[in-house]
Each structure stands twice: as structure tokens, then as C-alpha cells.
Write a protein that binds this ligand. Sequence first.
Ligand code: NAD
Ligand code: SER
Length: 320
Amino acid sequence: MKKILITGALGQIGSELTARLREVYGSQNVIATDIRQPEFSNTGTGIFEILDVTNQQDMEMLVEEYQLDTLIHLAALLSAVAEAKPQLAWDVNMNGLMNAVEVARVHGLQFFCPSSIGAFGPQTPKDHTPQVTIQRPTTMYGITKISGELLSDYYFHKFGVDTRSVRFPGLISYDTLPGGGTTDYAVDIFYEALHKKTYASFIAAGTKMDMMYMPDAIDAIIQLLEADASRLHHRNAYNISAMSVAPEDIARAIQKYLPEFELTYAVDPVRQSIAESWPNSLDVSCAVNEWGFSPKYDLDRMTKDMLKKLNKKLETSVAL
Ligand code: NAD
Ligand code: SER
């Protein structure tokens, strides 16, 4: 049975991951932490502690106090926020990561810190982007993500820390809003479709990016953490994705259920240029072959579920 510390647990991934891990491993075995207090409890019942990941001593004290064996390190600034605050992004994403992986080394913890499609750059092959290829990201977010991949590999080879990671695509979910990324439009579009029947996308028509529905992302984390170590040749970090979509693809999927929905564009040049530096579609075959990655939601299935769940959450009572 794992005993897990999660950093950044109140974010888009952490809130749902914490609740799910508590179901799988037991509430008392999952310690949720974040730099801020929860506004309401969406992580299920269980222990919550304030932790700023730039403070290694505090992290270490929690690991010792709760006798933990796994560290899931989610605290980070996402791509658009990191581009607006590059120095802070370096501090949280890099110094926080270094603290976390050091705590993992000293205490013999299994370690997971997600990378991203943001770890790729404009020189990366755009379509069916291979697992191992040129990366050279041009954003501060991407620089911290590729550094995280390399640092995690270094800690595995040099110190034997059991580091594992995925390159998440944009994640779409209805529980917690995303924290300031380039792919956030793919969540906003569902909220606005239900509220206003129209959405102005900050990403331009025709801009394909990889995406995945949150239940598949949570399953992937648990599956990778439980995978047979002898099969993991690529460790940090596996390409994963469930769909490659542009804004108009999501709009068409929504229109199947809400025919009156209208998509317009108000392109944000900063986030558009970040999106254009990322791949269109990833080759996920290494994740499939090495630990059985198998997402359940394609665009249509995800759209139907998102609209249903959000309709209830927002009390919009749209006839779907
Ligand atoms: P998020 O922005 O929703 O949540 C991040 C959390 O970190 C927030 O709750 C924030 O309060 C916390 N935090 C910020 N600074 C902190 C600090 N100094 N100490 C402790 N906590 C701090 O992010 P997310 O979407 O849940 O992403 C989690 C991880 O997954 C990140 O590493 C991100 O790069 C990666 N990722 C996310 C996506 C996505 O689409 N959500 C895609 C690819 C990779
Ligand atoms: N969703 C994330 C972002 O846009 C991808 O890492 O920043």
C-alpha cells in the first residue's frame, strides 16, 4: 500500500487525483498539500497541510511525520502564467522540483512529476511527434519541463530514485478550473457553450494540439506508478494523448448536442505563439507498449460527458 504526498493538490489535476488516490489507497494514506488553503473540500476527506514547495525543510518534515513512500509533485506554474512571470516560474518549477526530487532521494520515495507537450519546441517534428526527438522548447514553462525530465532521469541513473513521468497534453475537466495554460480554451469552451451558447477562442482556427480527458489522465498516473519497473525504458517522460484537436473540432463536437452553439475567435498572440511552438499530435506507442496506456475517451465521448457533468454543476438545465 502506498503512502503518498501530493504537492499542488488543489490544482486542476491535484484536486481530482487526490480524491481518486484516497479511494484506491485509503484516505489516511494520501496527504494533500498546497501553498494555499482549500476554499472548499473537493479533494475528498483526508489530511491537508500547507506546503510551499520552495521550502525543502517543510517538505522533509511532512515526509518524516507521515512516513511516506511516494511523492507526486504537481506544484508548478503553467505555460501562460510562466510566460508572464518567468522568474517566479523558474523558482517554483525548478527550485521546487529540485527540493522534491532531493527529498525523494534522501527518503527513498517513488517520484512522479508531470512533464508536458510544452517540453517540445518549434524544431520538434509536428505530427506523430516521436518519444525521443529534438525538443528545444522556447517558453520558460517548456524550459522548466524539459529540465524536469532530464533531472528526473539523472536522479534515476545516478541515485536509483524510482522517477516516472508523462508528457501530459492539455487536460480537459469539469471539476477544478485550469490554472493558466495555453490549452485552457478547451475547458472554457464547454463552460461558455452552456452559459452563453457562444465562445470566443483565444487560440486560432486550425491550431491542433493534443488533449485528454481528466479521468484518463488520472488513470495514466496510477497505471504508470504501479507499472512493472523492468518494462520502463523511457521513464521521464512518456508521450501520452487521447486526441489531437483544433478549436473548431471541439465546437463541432459540442454542436452535436447544442446545435445553436457558435464559435468565434479573439486570438491572444502570446498563447497562440506558445501553441504554435508545440506539436500537433504525439506518438504514444512507447507508453502503450511499456505500461499499457489506453485512454477511454475520444473527443465525442468526452464532449458528451463534459456537457452532462457541467450542465449539472452549473445548473444550466440545457436540454442535451
Ligand atoms: P494548476 O495550476 O491547476 O495547479 C497547480 C497548483 O500548484 C495550484 O493549486 C497552486 O496553488 C499550487 N502552487 C503554486 N505555487 C506553489 C508553491 N510554491 N508551493 C506549493 N504549491 C504551489 O496545475 P495543474 O494543471 O494541476 O498541473 C499540475 C502539473 O501537471 C504541473 O506540473 C503542470 O505543468 C502539469 N501539466 C498540466 C497540464 C494540464 O493541462 N493541466 C498539462 C501538462 C502538464
Ligand atoms: N495545459 C498545459 C498548458 O497549457 C500544458 O502543459 O500550460
